[in-house]
Ligand binder design. Structure first.
Ligand code: PNW
Length: 501
């Protein structure tokens, strides 16, 4: 239930969107606040078949079905970071970030998917990268899995196979073993919701299986248990000697009630629980959200099923899951409003949309970008951060991705500068005024890269990459200059004002 106080905070945030006079926060970030940038293996590395790397699902998709990618492109070369990692680190150093978030390619380290055969040259690539980062005073933050599954494992039914839990845990243990002496920040999965709802729900993503409200729940169930298993392996075998932190990266929209009616406020809460709570509640509170359990159980029954479409955790699994994160990793780009609606009639086939029974939308007057879903709504992040703070025991939060795209490749990327500035300002407000423990902020991305189904048509980089040149020349955009100032001063400096300590 939402308190009266929360309600007024909400209304205040809601109204701010209508006001144009929002003032940037001038207060300096704490000295130990982390500023970083992010990438992922398939999106930047290239060298898809070099030095013993095997095929991943993304290599396979882009090479066998290029028409699934908007410009028919692939990540065979991408930013060529496999060969240019020293240049990348020099670029990070010049930018002045203290953290670099990147991912490991499973098929580069374990070509057949399993730990019986470690590909030493592949492992060495990451060892060299990590060494180079540390030599330059930059902390690595490593994502163990960012969507590029070894094809051999997908052929065994991938994430849906119960054995995925063991495959993943074995792979994670290899990563801790190989790199853990020099990596103190780990995340197990990047955005499992994209893997599960994209891959097995709406089918906009590998492996394009359409099974809303059914296989997407089973996918999440396996991912969550694999995460917990890896986390507990770290506890048992590595934490004492390596002393790092392990979490997961969850992506979320800020879902705000469309009006101040009690029905819309409840609807927004339901939407949040089915979106972020689906993954975060098991990890921070030990089980799926009550509203998911009850709604899906009821509707499953109505569909004539003996058991709920939402799987259940065993008591042992709940214990392993509960508290399996040392911080909250949050990817956030945008938001939506949520309105109550009549409960959809029971129907077969089912869907998560019907299971939620609420209606969400992005108002037409919100600032647009070159991607449809990515509407710019910086004030909404305050609501989301408070929601996480309230539901998950005031965790330390790292915004592990935030950023914006364009399809022009412009160097005068004023929208990106303004986007980063306004999101950071609202984050600073939330820290200062609501006491939420945000401890870091990471921009997606250091440079333009392979944007999945969009190919190279959407650019998220602080640096421009010339994909027509064999050198993949990187050139800073205006946003790189801006973010460099932020990293240097820990303040949202602008021509117009000075920082406040
Ligand atoms: C993230 N959404 O994906 C990924 O972690 C990155 O690999 C990707 O390049 C980046 O965001 C930009 O797209 C998302 O629909 C994909 O809300 C889709 C959504 C959010 C994040």
């Amino acid at each position: 239930m939402i308190s009266i106080f929360k309600f007024f905070v909400l209304v205040a945030i809601f109204n701010k969107s209508l006001a144009d006079d929002y003032l940037l926060n001038k207060k300096r970030f704490p000295a130990d606040f982390m500023f970083g940038v992010a990438t992922s293996a398939y999106q930047i590395e290239g060298a898809w078949n070099e030095d013993g790397k095997s095929m991943s699902t993304w290599d396979n998709l882009t090479q066998t079905d290029p028409e699934t990618i908007l410009d028919g492109s692939n990540g065979n070369i991408a930013c060529d970071s496999y060969h240019k990692y020293k240049e990348d680190v020099a670029m990070l150093k010049e930018l002045g970030v203290d953290h670099y978030r990147f991912s490991l390619s499973w098929s580069r380290i374990l070509p057949n998917g399993f730990p019986d055969q470690i590909n030493q040259p592949g492992a060495n690539y990451y060892k060299n990268l990590i060494r180079e980062l540390r030599a330059n005073g930059i902390e690595p933050m490593v994502t163990i899995f960012h969507w590029d599954l070894p094809l051999a494992l997908q052929e065994l039914n991938g994430v849906l196979n119960e054995s995925f839990i063991d495959w993943y845990a074995d792979y994670a243990a290899v990563c801790f073993e190989l790199f853990g002496d020099d990596v103190k920040l780990w995340t197990t999965f990047n955005e499992p919701k994209q893997t599960c709802t994209g891959g097995y729900g709406y089918a906009y993503f590998i492996p394009y299986i359409h099974s809303e409200g059914l296989l997407e729940y089973q996918c999440a169930h396996n991912v969550l248990r694999a995460h917990a298993k890896a986390y507990r392996i770290y506890d048992e075998r590595f934490r004492a000697s390596q002393g790092g932190k392990v979490s997961i990266v969850l992506d979320a929209y800020s879902y705000l009630p469309a009006s101040d009616s009690a029905a819309d406020i409840t609807a927004a809460e339901t939407r949040m629980q089915f979106d972020l709570g689906w993954y975060a509640n098991p990890i921070f509170n030990g089980d799926y959200p009550e509203i998911m359990k009850s709604r899906i159980a009821n509707r499953s029954k109505g569909e004539g099923r003996d058991v709920s479409r939402l799987p259940e955790f065993t008591d042992e699994e709940k214990i392993a899951l509960n508290g399996s994160a040392d911080f909250f990793g949050l990817n956030v780009y945008t938001a939506a409003l949520v309105a109550a609606m009549d409960d959809p009639p029971i129907s077969n086939p089912p869907s998560k949309y019907q299971d939620m029974g609420v209606n969400d939308y992005q108002p037409s007057d919100w600032e647009t970008t070159s991607l449809d879903w990515l509407k710019v709504a910086p004030w909404t992040i305050r609501h989301l951060l408070n929601w996480i703070n309230d539901h998950y025991h005031q965790p330390d939060i790292i915004v592990t991705e935030n950023g914006v795209c364009d399809n022009t490749g412009t160097f005068q990327d004023t929208q990106r500068v303004s986007y980063i500035q306004r999101y950071l300002s609202n984050i600073r407000d939330t820290m200062e005024q609501d006491g939420v423990n945000v401890i870091g902020y990471i921009v997606w991305s250091i440079m333009d890269n392979f944007e999945w189904a969009q190919g190279y048509t959407q650019r998220f980089g602080l640096h421009h990459v010339d994909f027509d040149s064999p050198n993949r020349t990187r050139t800073p955009k205006q946003s790189a200059q801006y973010y460099k100032n932020v990293c240097e001063t820990k303040c949202l400096v602008d021509d117009d004002f000075e920082c406040i300590d």
